[in-house]
Design a protein around this ligand. Structure first.
Ligand SMILES: *Cc1c(COP(=O)(O)O)cnc(C)c1O
Length: 342
């Protein structure tokens, strides 16, 4: 597949901004090229625009070459940039599973791109065939999320493959919750498919939502397109430093994941005992979607007890549902004790 032909014409022809740190790479003893202040080291210098050190550390852990990694200000940035790179406003469209993460639709609206939804089936899974049927010549992106937010389940691997193999545009697979899942990541398989983009994030298993760091794994052509249109210094030095620290302490992350998946089982067992819970949906993430009699009332009851969950009552296929994030044992106990008093 030729990614160049999928790009918007203005992006394909774009001469990107060239910053001082793009032109000179390597070590020098005197830097007089970027109009920086020589005082206040190390914050006086512009950071590495392509974050190579962070990418090297990610590359070792994820087994994805650095040239296939794009880093953004949260996953939000690659989500937005994918629209800006591939979708012509008011002409092109995208297809997404429904329900799913809200940012795909918000970014479509911001960029004035038609957003086509394909409802998940009764098992909250999707059919590649249905997605392809909804697409036309102007469909540039397809959005998948596995494990999916807010449903919590993983999508069928064969259907994901079928979609990537048969769609003539870009398939974005958001794996924000992959570390909590029993399913393997598709990140290592990007070499098989030029049109596959995998999104991951430091915001969930990595415990670093505050530093705003999202990862996209994709073919060199796609990564280069995103690099071309991003803000030159999109990842600040504080974030790069903190990310390197987190990456050096990766055992911490596996430990958190172990604790949280075990807490997830505990929480589910305790929820099962409660009369107000009508259904607990299967989850591969660090949250669980549950159906209750009256989601608005349960939500408000918990807020009054100073406990906040996510009311998903108005989301497609989620009538009566609330989404509960797995917390510490203490937090989960507070939730369960309060639900007993509902
Ligand atoms: C939480 C979440 C993210 C994370 O977004 P960031 O901008 O990286 O914090 C991405 N995708 C999904 C589906 C999520 O639920």
């Amino acid at each position: 597949m030729d990614i160049k032909n999928l790009l918007r014409k203005n992006i394909a022809n774009l001469q990107p901004y060239s910053c001082a740190r793009d032109e000179f790479k390597g070590e020098a003893s005197v830097y007089l090229d970027a109009n920086e202040n020589p005082y206040n080291a190390p914050y006086n210098r512009y950071p590495d625009p392509l974050q190579w050190k962070v990418k090297e550390a990610i590359s070792e852990i994820k087994h994805v070459p650095t040239v296939n990694i794009f880093l953004g200000n949260g996953s939000d940035e690659p989500i937005d940039l994918l629209y800006r790179a591939f979708c012509e406003p008011r002409i092109d469209n995208v297809v997404a599973i429904e329900p799913t993460y809200g940012m795909y639709k918000v970014c479509a609206n911001i960029n004035d791109i038609e957003y086509r939804k394909v409802l998940l089936n009764n098992n909250f899974d999707f059919s590649a065939e249905e997605m392809l049927q909804v697409a036309d010549d102007n469909t540039k992106l397809m959005w998948l999320c596995s494990p999916n937010n807010p449903t919590g389940n993983s999508m069928n691997q064969h259907e994901i493959l079928k979609l990537v193999q048969n769609f003539k545009g870009i398939v974005v697979l958001d794996e924000a919750y992959i570390d909590f899942s029993s399913q393997p990541s598709f990140a290592k398989r990007i070499h098989e498919f030029d049109n596959l983009v995998i999104l991951q994030t430091f915001s969930k298993a990595w415990g670093s939502a505050a530093i705003r760091l999202g990862m996209a794994f994709a073919s060199v052509e796609i990564v280069q397109a995103l690099n071309k249109i991003k803000y030159p210094y999109n990842i600040n030095i504080l974030t790069q430093k903190q990310a390197l620290k987190a990456l050096q302490e990766k055992e911490q992350v596996s430990n958190w994941v172990k604790i949280l998946t075990s807490e997830r089982s505990w929480l589910i067992e305790e929820l099962k005992k409660l009369d107000l819970i009508c259904h607990i949906y299967p989850t591969d993430a660090n949250f669980v979607l549950v159906k209750v009699d009256d989601a608005n009332s349960v939500y408000q009851y918990l807020v009054n007890k100073s406990i906040v969950v996510r009311n998903r009552n108005t989301v497609s296929l989620c009538l009566g549902c609330i989404r509960i994030t797995v917390g510490t044992r203490e937090e989960n106990e507070v939730l369960i004790e309060n639900l007993k008093g509902y």
